[in-house]
Write a protein that binds this ligand. Structure first.
Ligand code: SF4
Length: 338
C-alpha cells in the first residue's frame, strides 16, 4: 500500500499553501511540509495522509479499557492507532505514538478489508480507532467503518473530540460509539496544556448527543493541581447534565506522571472518589473511576433501585445480571448498547 493516500478536507489558499480543514487547528501547510499532526502533508500542492493504511500495531483489548462501560460490556475489541496527534497534551499517556513520525514506528501496511478480516478472525464484535487520535486518520476510519458495518462489526472512536463541524459528519457516518475526552473545564487548561480549545470539544459533545445516534461516554483524566478542584468538577458535571442529560456515563481516571509532566504526583484515590461523589450528587446517573482498583467505583448500579448490575474490577467484568438491558429487579432500562 502506498504511503501517499489522497486526503479529504482541504483547500488551496492564494498563498499556495494548503489549508487543512479536518480539525479546528486549520493548519496552513507549505509545500513539502506537514501539519501539526505530522501525518498530513502537502506533496506537490496536494494534501496527502501518510496514516492511511498504516497502523502501528493491533491488540485485542477489553472494551472496558477504552473506557466504555455501557457498550457491549465484557467483550473484546480490535484496537489500533497510527502515529501523530492533533493535540499537544503535555501530560500525554501515549506519547511514544502520538509524538512519533510513522517511519520511527515501523508502521504496518494494512488495508481496510484486512482490518475487518482481522476482527472477524478474532471473533470480536467491534473495532476501536484509538491510542493516538483517530480524527487525523479520518479517511481510514470511514473506509474501515463502512466495511465493518456491512459485516455486522461495530466501530468505536476513542478521541479528543477536536474535529471540524463538516468533517465530523463524514468521519462519524458509520461509527457506532465513542469515548470522548473532556480533559478539563477551563480554557486555560486546554490552551496551555493541550494547545486546543474547550469550546470546540463542548460543541462536539453537544453534536454527538443531539444530532447523531452514536453512543458515547466521557473521560476526564484528573491531574493534581490542574483540573481537580471541587469547583471545576462541579461546573463540568452541571454542564454535562444541562447539555447532555443524565445518562451519559462519565469516567474519572487517575493520572500518572508522564511525558512533559513528570514532576506532578499521581492522582490520589481520595480525589477520584470526591469527583465521583460530586457527579452523582449533581444527578449524573453513571460515574466510574479508572486506572485504579475500585470495585465500587467501577460497578454499574441501577439508578432506580440501586441494585449492582455489572460488577467490574479494573477492566474485567465479574458479573452482568442485566436482562435485555434492564435491571432484573425493577426493570429499569439502563442506557447503552447491551
Ligand atoms: S488534522 Fe492535522 S494537519 Fe489538519 S488541521 Fe488538524 S492538526 Fe493540522
Amino acid at each position: 500500500m502506498t504511503n501517499y493516500y489522497p486526503a479529504r478536507w482541504w483547500q488551496t489558499q492564494e498563498s499556495g499553501k494548503i489549508l487543512c480543514t479536518l480539525c479546528p487547528r486549520y493548519c496552513k501547510i507549505g509545500s513539502g511540509q506537514s501539519g501539526f499532526c505530522f501525518i498530513r502533508q502537502n506533496l506537490n500542492g496536494q494534501l496527502i495522509t501518510t496514516g492511511y493504511g498504516h497502523p502501528t500495531g493491533f491488540a485485542i483489548d477489553p472494551i472496558e479499557k477504552k473506557p466504555l462501560n455501557h457498550f457491549l460490556p465484557g467483550t473484546g475489541i480490535l484496537s489500533f492507532g497510527t502515529a501523530g496527534c492533533n493535540l499537544g497534551c503535555k501530560f500525554c499517556q501515549n506519547w511514544s505514538m502520538s509524538k512519533a513520525k510513522l517511519d520511527n514506528l515501523n508502521a504496518l501496511s494494512v488495508s481496510p478489508e484486512q482490518v475487518v478480516a482481522l476482527a472477524r478472525h478474532h471473533k470480536v464484535p467491534s473495532i476501536a480507532y484509538t491510542y493516538n487520535d483517530p480524527v487525523i486518520f479520518g479517511e481510514y476510519v470511514i473506509d474501515i467503518s463502512r466495511l465493518a458495518r456491512s459485516a455486522g462489526i461495530r466501530s468505536v472512536m476513542v478521541t479528543n473530540g477536536y474535529i471540524d463541524k463538516q468533517a465530523r459528519k463524514e468521519v462519524y457516518e458509520f461509527v457506532d460509539a465513542a469515548n470522548v475526552d473532556l480533559k478539563s473545564f477551563t480554557e486555560r487548561f486546554y490552551h496551555k496544556l493541550t494547545f486546543s480549545h474547550l469550546a470546540d470539544i463542548l460543541d462536539t459533545l453537544r453534536w454527538l448527543k443531539h444530532e447523531t445516534s452514536v453512543w458515547f461516554e466521557i473521560t476526564t483524566l484528573l491531574i493534581p493541581g490542574e483540573n481537580d478542584s471541587r469547583d471545576e468538577i462541579a461546573r463540568m458535571c452541571s454542564w454535562i447534565l444541562e447539555n447532555l442529560g443524565d445518562e451519559v456515563p462519565l469516567h474519572f481516571t487517575a493520572f500518572h506522571p508522564d511525558f512533559k509532566m513528570r514532576d506532578l504526583p499521581a492522582t490520589p484515590s481520595s480525589t477520584l472518589k470526591m469527583a465521583r461523589q460530586i457527579a452523582l450528587e449533581t444527578g449524573i446517573k453513571y460515574c466510574y473511576l479508572g486506572n485504579v482498583y475500585d470495585r465500587e467505583g467501577q460497578t454499574t448500579c441501577c439508578p432506580q433501585c440501586h441494585k449492582p448490575l455489572i460488577e467490574r474490577d479494573w477492566h474485567s467484568v465479574h458479573s452482568n445480571i442485566l436482562i435485555e438491558g434492564k435491571c432484573p429487579d425493577c426493570e429499569h432500562k439502563i442506557a447503552g448498547v447491551f
